[in-house]
Design a protein around this ligand. Structure first.
Ligand code: RB5
Length: 149
């Protein structure tokens, strides 16, 4: 499993602590920035990581900002991305089981580092249920393709 990580300045520290957690578990990842707490524009970093997930190079993305909201909006503009802001364990599990989310977004001012690690663990280890949920994912894809549903 390979993960694509990104954050803006507002979650630079959260990204660092997630990286430490992944290192401890031997999970491979690429850090798409940013590289300091200097102010940057979150769409650029969310886009880089989301694009790398959408093109199949990485299995999942972990993208963070102060709230998780801006990066989720940016990531969801990339075709093939289903990004979900997660603030608790249930959301991290359900967005994999039902939405087949491929990007988890979190906010440094919203989740503790410990909770973020827990949400990452749940997210990457929970399988999509398929079945009726695949039909709904297909409808999301149809919307993305500009179809009327
Ligand atoms: C940056 O100040 C902040 O707006 C950003 O980190 C994010 O929370 C946007 O949604």
């Amino acid at each position: 499993m390979k993960l694509a990580l990104a954050a803006d300045h507002g979650a630079f520290e959260l990204k660092a602590s997630i990286k430490k957690h992944l290192d401890e578990q031997g999970i491979a990842y690429e850090d798409f920035g940013c590289d300091s707490k200097e102010s940057v524009d979150y769409p650029r970093f969310a886009y880089r990581a989301a694009k790398a997930v959408a093109d199949g190079t990485y299995d999942f993305g972990i993208i963070c900002c102060t709230t998780g909201l801006g990066v989720s909006m940016a990531a969801n503009k990339v075709k093939g991305i289903r990004a979900a802001v997660c603030t608790n364990e249930m959301l991290a599990e359900m967005t994999r089981r039902h939405n087949n989310a491929n990007v988890i977004c979190m906010g440094q001012n919203v989740v503790t580092p410990e909770l973020a690690n827990k949400l990452v663990d749940i997210f990457v280890s929970t399988a999509f249920e398929g079945g009726r949920h695949q039909r709904r994912i297909n409808l999301l894809t149809a919307i993305e393709n500009g179809e009327d549903i």
